[in-house]
Design a protein around this ligand. Structure first.
Ligand SMILES: [Mn+2]
Length: 436
């Protein structure tokens, strides 16, 4: 049985209370969760998947309701200004999101929400990491993702997809997967509207108009991720047929709702969301580093990588603002070393992506290793990956280098990454390869 169709806002309110009840009463739950960097793509992939699947009957579903979980504590939503901007387009606010705060405390999570009562669908990743992974990875029964397949999701996922393939945005893959059932929902609303014979004078709510508005709201959420991830379909290295298809599909849903289509322009929409994403100037450096952060363990080594949408020089200035009594470089290095220590990392990387004065994408990469074993891995990475990533020695505009490659224990190096098509999706696997 399907969950009755509703707006994404009412859907989330119901899903959150259903999750709390299920935990209290030890009932079964199906959770749809994005990756732990919790970027826009992870957010909208989980919302779209959970919303459409819950409204579409699936004969052997573990539960009729699919609950979308954003893989961060509620407080961390605030360091993602683009979330608030995007949510506002679907009549949502941050408190509507279901976050890690809505799951039981991590120390008692296995007992209050026992694995056998759960089924997990991963979107925008294909291996459940961290504390959740150690308890629930055996309960993962579906994935839609555009990262390298880590082989952790079972081959046979029954009624759920196992769709792991290249695309600019994971939300494009989710859109494609949900397109047919979603169209079914939209057309059944249309026919029920017609059957009631409504007109403007009847005073009855027009089902098809309401349904079109709901469709347009969720379509805008999904479209936001795809345009941000593909630079509004202009980034040739990233755009795939999946993205082209999904943008067309979602735009049609937006255009079918007069209240929304009236002042909709995709180019303007992209600029608005992208500007919100880059608006990190008011965040402290530590929040900038943890805003889009991922962590992995390979053997005895822990690796963390932050992605940042402003260049290293911006981070240097930021560090200097926050620590008046040190030089810019000292302040920056002390801050990032502290960040790595807080997380017990042996290797820490920062990747930046920004636009140069002439309008080109540019990437920088900094890798810092803190133990002899990690130093070996980092050096191996720098040799193996130099060509593929187009690594060139980095220095600031006044000629300052951040390198420290002479010491026995620690090792640190910064580069320009000239092959700008390679995001963390490629750089992290290269680092992990060098660690194992
Ligand atoms: Mn993604």
């Amino acid at each position: 049985m399907a969950v009755p169709r509703n707006s994404i806002r009412s859907f989330l309110v119901n899903a959150k209370s259903a999750l709390h009840t299920a935990i209290q009463k030890s009932q079964k739950v199906t959770l749809v969760i994005g990756n732990e960097s919790a970027d826009l793509d992870s957010l909208t992939s989980s919302l779209l998947y959970a919303y459409i699947r819950s409204s579409t009957p699936t004969p052997n579903a573990f539960t009729p309701l699919y609950i979308p979980v954003t893989n961060i504590p509620a407080a961390d939503v605030d360091i993602r200004p683009e979330f608030l901007k995007v949510l506002s387009h679907a009549n949502l606010e941050s408190q509507h999101l279901i976050t890690l705060d809505d799951l039981p405390d991590l120390s008692s999570i296995g007992s209050q929400l026992p694995p056998y009562n759960t089924k997990w669908v991963l979107v925008d990743h294909n291996a459940l990491q961290g504390a959740l992974g150690s308890i629930y990875s055996g309960r993962v029964q579906g994935a839609i993702d555009h990262h390298e397949d880590e082989g952790k999701v079972p081959r046979d996922t029954g009624d759920e997809p196992r769709m792991i393939t290249k695309a600019g945005s994971c939300t494009s893959l989710v859109t494609e997967y949900c397109a047919k059932p979603w169209d079914g929902l939209s057309s059944s609303a249309q026919s029920s509207g017609a059957a009631h014979g409504q007109d403007d004078a009847s005073g009855v709510v027009d089902d098809s108009a309401v349904s079109a508005l709901w469709d347009a709201q969720i379509a805008k959420l999904a479209l936001a991720s795809i345009v941000v991830d593909t630079a509004n379909l202009q980034s040739k290295d990233k755009v795939t047929d999946h993205d082209e298809y999904a943008v067309k599909y979602l735009e049609a849903k937006i255009m079918a709702a007069p209240q929304v289509s009236r002042d909709f322009d995709r180019g303007k929409f992209y600029k608005e969301i992208n500007a919100a994403k880059k608006d990190i100037g008011s965040l402290p450096l530590r929040d900038i580093l943890r805003k889009d952060y991922k962590q992995w363990t390979e053997g005895k080594l822990d690796l963390g990588v932050s992605s940042v949408v402003r260049p290293i020089e911006f981070l240097l200035e930021k560090a200097k603002e926050e620590t008046q009594d040190k030089s810019m470089q000292e302040a920056f290095l002390a801050a990032i070393e502290h960040f790595a220590q807080e997380r017990n990392l042996q290797i820490y990387g920062i990747m930046t992506i920004s636009t140069s004065a002439s309008g080109d994408f540019q990437r920088e990469l900094l890798v810092w290793s803190f133990t002899p074993e990690a130093k070996q891995a980092a050096q191996k990475f720098s040799e193996n990956a130099a060509q593929e990533l187009g690594l060139e020695d980095w220095h600031s505009s006044d000629g300052t280098s951040l390198d420290d490659v002479e010491r026995d224990e620690k090792w640190r190096k910064a580069w320009w990454q000239r092959k700008v098509q390679h995001s963390r999706k490629r750089v992290a696997p290269l680092l992990r390869q060098a660690m194992s």
